[in-house]
Design a protein around this ligand. Sequence first.
Ligand code: KG4
Ligand code: ZN
Length: 360
Amino acid sequence: MSDPITILGIETSCDDTAAAVLRDAGQGPEILSNRVAGQAELHAAFGGVVPEIAARAHAERVDLVIEAALEEAGVQLSGIDAIAVTAGPGLIGGVLAGVMAAKAIGFAAAKPVIAVNHLAGHALTPRLTDGLAYPYLVLLVSGGHCQFLRVDGPDSFTRLGGTIDDAPGEAFDKAARLLGLPQPGGPSVERAARNGDPTRFDLPRPLVDRPGLDLSFSGLKTAILRARDGLVTAQGGLREADVADLSASFQQAVADVLTEKSRRALAGQTGLSGFAVAGGVAANNQLRSGLQSVAEEAGVPFVAPPLALCTDNGAMIAYAGLELHRLGRRDGPAFPARPRWPLDAAAVPILGSGKKGAKA
Ligand code: KG4
Ligand code: ZN
């Protein structure tokens, strides 16, 4: 059994200012607090995250969120063993706000700081929530990223494939904008799709006809645009049923593509203890059920963490920090904030993989 350990986790890489306290007293990780201050209202008028506004909001709020997380956990800084902070990838102003706060607190309280890769936070979440053993396969699907990762350890990731253009969350957000639905697009497209006919529009299933695990979502967005414009020309506007049918057809196409590629990814791996999904798009029920069925086919358990731990949060960063701490990782005062930081340094960089480069 390992020594009890308490970690403060800080996350500021996109549009959520988050902090959490995690403790493992030998019985597995326990989330003592997990605070998130979202910024949706600050960016709503701009149709997307504005980096400068995000950075300023993080700088203003990060101390308060950290304080609230410590208070809720009933833990003082003296009771923390280490501070884990997202050091990238993400919007650099936001990442800097978190990193500076972590370094300042670490210096003042004489606590070690651990630089965590945001994507590692997402990818390790199935261990935090379900204790999934290494190695496992994770599909990371969010507003800025889409990749299949084989996870062999807290610092050992192999990228098996991913998007060559948009991330699926980005595609959901754009589809929503084209259909006049509110942001974030994923939940509103899913809601509209409930009453829709997924077979009415014959949308493409990009790259499914090609071998391998690469994915593409930008063509789907164009297909929605064409279908919408066709309806507008033919009937002078969109009816509610059109929006529902377009949403359902779009959601079906995304789920089909991700499900088929997951089937292939699982078929190409041996010795896996499970298949997990992470990131905001993992909230989508149609996608979850498709992924669940391919996991069953492959004979491995399927893990879909609760929504609050799929989207950006401090607990996942604290958890990644906890595993790295156990490996002896400590980062000195000079580690950088990194706008780009691939999890698998050996993988060939993919042009435009998550063009926002920020959300993950
Ligand atoms: O991981 P996340 O909270 O933020 C980052 O991207 O870092 O993911 C947000 C993305 C957004 O693009 C949002 O539209 C999408 O996740 N999303 C969904 C659903 N809920 C959130 N996409 C599809 N279906 C959903 N139910
Ligand atoms: Zn993320």
